[in-house]
Design a protein around this ligand. Structure first.
Ligand SMILES: [Zn+2]
Ligand SMILES: [Zn+2]
Length: 381
């Protein structure tokens, strides 16, 4: 088992594939799962490189979801360590399936493509693929072993301004500058920044600022990430951001289209589930456990944790403070510490899942905590 997990890890690491093109990884993972009595369905949710692999031990038990990613980064390779996830989750699922005895349970492995780009989990959510789960677990490599305590709710938005082109010197009075709309949006958001909660992050770039300085730009586009600690509050901020852009359109006489590019939900934190993962990480021989990271971004796993209680174990395989999406992460993926992490993660996830299956009270407690955590966001408004 140990060698199989390491072989899967090393193969995926050495054959990096970009999001939605992870054909070799999916072939290897689904073949391995099928060889161990998992029923495999490929191409789910309209995504060629998404899959579901199911193992049913006995009717009437919980449904445990184990999620893995396997996409690499353009020009870098496996700089986010997704080779570790693919191998450890697959290994955990197989090991678990072989040690269930008489316990009723269904184990569902999800192959979720393109985490770094188009976020494969989002169409999988829209197709309702996670709805039947009782719990969702995943892992990620890291510079420390911990459990994510939070991730930010996020909307990625294009503000498309349309104006009217004119000669910028001969007849500027005949033009409407779409770029002015973009610039005023940036300024209005700067003023807004003072009057939102400190957890709000608003950061944008101009993706189209016009073509030539002697033409009044008839098209300009700004792209913004707007994030907050929770979805209900973020929705209130978003409306104010949209109003900033609407005001800019009104002031300049340009036409505004607000285009949603991507939406992530904040992670719904379930402490009991986090603790279960860390307890099992300790038992798997990981000695140094760190507190959750204080600064985080956003992830499509957050959207999954809005539907079902979920947690992500981070397992150290690079020195503390080493930035992800780096050559250091790529190199460590097949190093001794990478191999150690992938095995420890597989053991931790399998053992945590086993605890959830063996103790229905624990699962009930986690479900209740999940409902309470979601209600708390609403109450905080
Ligand atoms: Zn990444
Ligand atoms: Zn990643």
């Amino acid at each position: 088992m140990r060698q199989m997990i390491i072989d899967v890890n090393d193969f995926i690491h050495d054959h990096p594939e970009l999001g939605n093109n992870e054909f070799q990884a999916v072939e290897l993972l689904t073949r391995t799962l099928a060889e161990h009595q998992f029923t495999v369905e490929k191409g789910v949710a309209g995504l060629e490189t998404a899959f579901i692999a199911t193992y049913k031990n006995k009717e009437g038990g919980p449904v445990i979801g184990l999620l893995c990613e396997y996409d690499a980064l353009e020009g870098l390779g496996h700089g986010c360590g997704h080779n570790l996830q693919a191998a450890s989750i697959t290994g955990a699922a197989i090991a678990l399936s072989q040690n269930l005895g008489d316990l009723p349970v269904e184990i569902v492995v999800y192959g979720t493509p393109a985490e770094e780009t188009t976020s494969g989990k989002l169409p999988m959510i829209r197709h309702g693929l996670f709805d039947r789960l009782d719990v969702a677990l995943m892992m990620h490599g890291g510079d420390r072993t911990t459990v994510d305590g939070k991730s930010l709710a996020m909307n990625l938005i294009d503000f498309v301004f349309e104006g009217k082109a004119a000669h910028a010197a001969v007849a500027p009075e005949k033009g409407i500058s779409a770029l002015d709309g973009v610039l005023m949006t940036f300024n209005a958001i700067e003023y807004l920044r003072e009057h939102v909660r400190p957890d709000v992050k608003m950061h944008g770039v101009i993706t189209n600022g016009g073509t030539a300085a002697n033409i009044v730009p008839d098209l300009a586009v700004a792209q913004f990430y707007v994030r907050a600690a929770d979805r209900p509050y973020l929705d209130t901020v978003l409306e104010r951001v949209y109003n900033a852009a609407r005001g800019a359109a009104l002031a300049t006489g340009s036409k505004l289209t607000i285009r949603q590019v991507k939406q992530c939900e904040n992670k719904v934190n379930v402490d009991t589930l986090n603790k279960l993962l860390l307890d099992n990480a300790r038992q798997a021989g990981i000695e140094h456990i760190s507190p959750p990271r204080s600064s985080t971004g956003s992830t499509d796993f957050g959207n999954v944790t809005y539907i079902v209680p979920g947690a992500c174990l981070r397992v150290a395989f690079v020195p503390f403070g080493t930035s992800s999406h780096s050559t250091e992460w790529v190199a460590a993926g097949v190093s001794e510490s990478g191999h150690h992490a992938v095995i420890a993660a597989a053991k931790s996830i399998a053992a945590a899942a086993y605890d959830l299956i063996a103790d229905p009270n624990l699962l009930a407690e986690i479900r209740q905590e999940f409902q309470n955590a979601k209600a708390a966001f609403q109450a905080n408004l």
